[in-house]
Design a protein around this ligand. Structure first.
Ligand SMILES: *Cc1c(COP(=O)(O)O)cnc(C)c1O
Length: 378
């Protein structure tokens, strides 16, 4: 099955009992047992729920993994994955990782003795150097947020395997439509499904897929024990959004290509970060491991004041955190998504005050281009 077909027919299609073509919302917490301990596959909805299960089967197939899991948010998904590790373990993470991922590692999980260091994972030497005796996993985001840096997933998984480390990939930006880390050697892939997978700015959710049975059992144990599950209504809403992921990603990409062309030619723009650009340092790697470059772009307008001006003048780009929805969104990472990263560190990473990030939506691209043009003027 090809991806667009899989999005619609994958997982559990419809309802066998009634013929309903969409999966029913099983708004239920507990299930009648035929005898003590004799249940029909479901006993309690934290442990398992048919609507959530349909979503979990769907994401499992889309990522080509062994088992899928749905959580109440991307951060709940990441936290559950980190609970696979023990006190004293060390995780190496991408340096410009999502702000919330940085925060949970350095403000919460560190209190339970999980160590983390942040390195440029697009540089294989720095990975080798960063691996310590107690390192247990590499946690990668590619492309990264907001600089769109690319890590070679095949190379990285090889390094991980020689050191007996798990490779965990946050695949939020690419989605399973464009990129499948498990087929490139990763062990665990996770998503903030709040973004492209949901796609309509109306649901907060997280998804995880693992590539082997043992990891599946371990993660189910964590999910059931700690309880950060996604409810049936949101599971249904997410599946509804996912059905159109293919056509949305294709159109996001088309609009983004035109916007990138416009930005690179504009005199007020100092630099454009987009993996689809020939001059992007890892353009070739991106082409090799992903089927598309995505709908996220960041560009530098030189100063915080200029960036503020653009944000004040745009009409169709909504000033908001988040990304990946039908409506175009605009933000200043230094003041918003990455505000929880200390200023010093932001500077090291190259997240300048004049950096603007846009999530290109599905409006008519001519309107988006005209809007950016007038916002950049003066
Ligand atoms: C938004 C986001 C998260 C966190 O997901 P939530 O659903 O907001 O909890 C994690 N990683 C990336 C790359 C994100 O963009």
């Amino acid at each position: 099955m090809r991806k667009k077909t899989q999005l619609i027919h994958g997982g559990i299609f419809g309802d066998e009992k009634t013929g309903a073509v969409s999966v029913p919302i099983y708004q239920v917490s507990t299930y009648k047992q035929d005898g003590p301990g004799k249940h029909r596959g479901y006993e309690y909805s934290r442990t398992g729920n048919p609507t959530r299960n349909a979503l979990e089967e769907l994401i499992k197939e889309l990522e080509g993994g062994e088992r899928g899991f749905a959580f109440g948010s991307g951060m709940a998904a990441m936290t559950a994955v980190m609970m696979l590790f023990n006190q004293g373990d060390h995780i190496l993470l991408t340096d410009d990782v999502y702000g919330g991922s940085f925060r949970v590692m350095t403000k919460i999980l560190n209190r339970f003795g999980l160590e983390a260091t942040f390195i440029d994972t697009s540089d294989m030497d720095s990975i080798e150097k960063g691996i310590k005796q107690n390192t247990k996993a590499l946690f990668i985001e590619t492309p990264t947020n907001p600089l769109l840096k690319i890590t070679d997933l095949e190379e990285l998984s090889k390094i991980a395997k020689t050191h007996h480390l798990l490779t965990i990939v946050d695949n939020t930006f690419s989605t399973p439509y464009w990129q499948n880390p498990l087929t490139l050697g990763a062990d665990i892939v996770l998503h903030s499904a709040t973004k492209y997978l949901g796609g309509h700015s109306d649901v907060v959710a997280g998804l995880v897929v693992v590539n082997d049975e043992k990891l599946g059992d371990d993660l189910h144990f964590v999910q059931n024990s700690t309880g950060g599950v996604l409810g049936p209504q949101d599971s249904w809403l997410l599946m509804r959004g996912m059905k159109t992921l293919g056509i949305r990603m294709e159109e996001h990409e088309r609009n983004t290509t035109e916007i990138v062309r416009f930005l690179t030619g504009h005199e007020a723009v100092l630099k454009v970060h987009y993996p689809g650009l020939l001059n992007h340092p890892n353009h070739e790697i991106s082409k090799k491991q992903s089927r598309g470059f995505g709908g996220m772009v960041s560009f530098d307008v030189g100063s915080g004041e200029k960036a503020q001006q653009v944000l004040e003048k745009v009409k169709y780009f909504t000033l908001a955190e988040s990304l990946g929805a039908v409506e175009s969104l605009i933000s200043i990472p230094a003041l918003m998504t990455h505000a929880s990263i200390p200023a010093e560190r932001r500077k090291e990473l190259g997240i300048t005050d004049g950096l603007i990030r846009i999530s290109v939506g599905l409006e008519d691209v001519k309107d988006l281009l005209e809007d950016l043009e007038q916002a950049l003027e003066g």
